[in-house]
Design a protein. Structure first.
Length: 417
């Protein structure tokens, strides 16, 4: 990139040139918005013209501690200064041990395996399930997953994702996966047979439209798993790491999984995920059963260890719970103000959703908010907008969000009249 060139043209010209270049180079699996972000600070993103955008998406629930966190920057600099970003898993490294100890302490799980993404955490979780049942003489066990779920994009993760449009073009997928209805315990019971080995679900469905598990449902599933010796796999990739107002969403219900997948906010933007296992699941896989070249490298683990420190010191989940209550009230008001447009409001903590009626498209609101209100929102299934801001969001920023949201809705309302 030519510095002189950039300094004499306006930000939007640079923006448009980059968007056009991006269209040329990227394999087209996304419809991106025509905005190029250049830097971040707190809960604001800045485009190439240095215009601030209020961020209620956090890079899809990733940047929990916001942008430009000083402690995280110092951590990254220090690890770079050591010159050690990667060692492979043939050796031990101190940041990974530290991150592992902190993650186990926060979750009360027994063992951790670091991955590079949420999808890979799900892959590992599924392999634990198959291996655990195989050890008991039940090879090729069936897995019960949920309709409307999202678990990632690899073939294994897509196999347990309950949405046809993610699945159909890539069939045949993993055999032995059956789908129950989320929050309908009888539908789960009806699928259990002597070959069942595990049940996998998100504690709060994210992409599917922000549906929290009901307490009786989650407790019922735990009881079914105990009764039939099935592994309970909870996907906390999106709803975990403080977002629900608890470090992990299941902690509010007191329902502990056998295996848990985390990622997204664990690295605050550096790519890291993990699967964790407890009790009987914690030694199901043996040396040689699973691996990753990058997984748990000292760079990403140094960041994750600091993320976990900050969560603890600054009581981030408590802040998320408090701010979640304010967000809840503000979104209730939006629903009251637009009874024809908003049909439902769901979620908890800083993972909430507004579902819109067929009179307005959530995706149009997202676009309007981005381009004219300079606010980042993200859509979800069921004509829903999800609100997943950085967890460090403050009350006045939530109120600001509501003003920008309602301005975008009014602008669209006018257009359609
Ligand atoms: C994002 C997400 C994943 C996949 O994570 P990646 O890091 O994109 O691979 C899995 N499960 C849930 C619930 C998610 O929200």
């Amino acid at each position: 990139m030519n510095f002189l060139d950039d300094s004499i043209v306006k930000g939007h010209v640079v923006n448009d040139r980059l968007v056009a270049e991006g269209e040329k180079v990227f394999y087209k699996t996304y419809n991106r918005f025509p905005v190029v972000f250049d830097r971040g600070e707190g809960v604001y993103l800045y485009d190439k013209g240095d215009n601030p955008y209020l961020d209620f998406g956090a890079g899809i629930s990733v940047v929990g501690l916001g942008y430009s966190n000083t402690l995280l920057k110092r951590t990254m600099e220090a690890q770079i200064e050591k010159g050690l970003l990667h060692t492979s898993n043939l050796f031990y490294n101190e940041p990974a041990i530290e991150a592992g100890e902190k993650l186990l302490a926060a979750s009360q799980m027994d063992k951790v395996f670091f991955t590079n993404s949420g999808t890979e955490a799900i892959e590992g979780a599924l392999k634990i399930a198959r291996r655990y049942q195989y050890n008991k003489g039940k090879a090729g066990c069936e897995i019960i997953a949920m309709q409307g779920s999202f678990h990632g994009r690899s073939i294994g993760a897509v196999s347990v994702t309950g949405k046809d449009h993610y699945r159909e073009p890539f069939a045949p997928l993993l055999p032995g996966v059956k789908f129950a209805t989320y929050n309908d315990l009888d539908s789960v019971k009806a699928l259990i047979n002597e070959n069942t080995g595990a049940i996998i679900l998100e504690t709060i469905q994210g992409e599917g439209g922000i549906y929290p598990a009901e307490e009786s449902f989650l407790k019922g599933i735990r009881a079914l798993c105990d009764a039939h010796d099935l592994l309970l796999i909870l996907d906390e990739v999106q709803c975990g790491m403080g977002r629900s107002g608890f470090m992990f969403a299941w902690q509010e219900y007191g329902v502990k999984p056998d295996v848990m997948a985390v990622a997204k906010a664990l690295g605050n933007g550096v790519p890291i995920g993990a699967f964790l296992a407890a009790g009987k699941a914690a030694d199901a896989m043996k040396p040689g059963d699973h691996g990753s070249t990058y997984g748990g490298n000292p760079f990403v683990c140094a960041v994750a260890a600091t993320v976990l420190d900050i969560f603890k010191e600054a009581k981030i989940p408590d802040h998320a719970r408090e701010m979640g209550e304010i967000l809840y009230k503000e979104l209730e008001e939006v629903q009251k103000e637009f009874p024809d447009l908003v049909v439902d409001h769901r979620g908890k903590g800083l993972i909430q959703g507004l579902e819109f009626s067929d009179r307005i498209k959530a995706s149009d609101i997202v676009k309007e908010a981005l381009l004219t209100q300079h606010m980042v929102l993200i859509g979800a299934e069921h004509n829903t907008i999800r609100f997943v801001p950085p967890l460090i969001i403050e009350k006045y920023q939530i109120q600001d969000m509501k003003e920008r949201l309602t301005a975008a809705m009014k602008a669209l309302q006018k257009e359609t009249h």
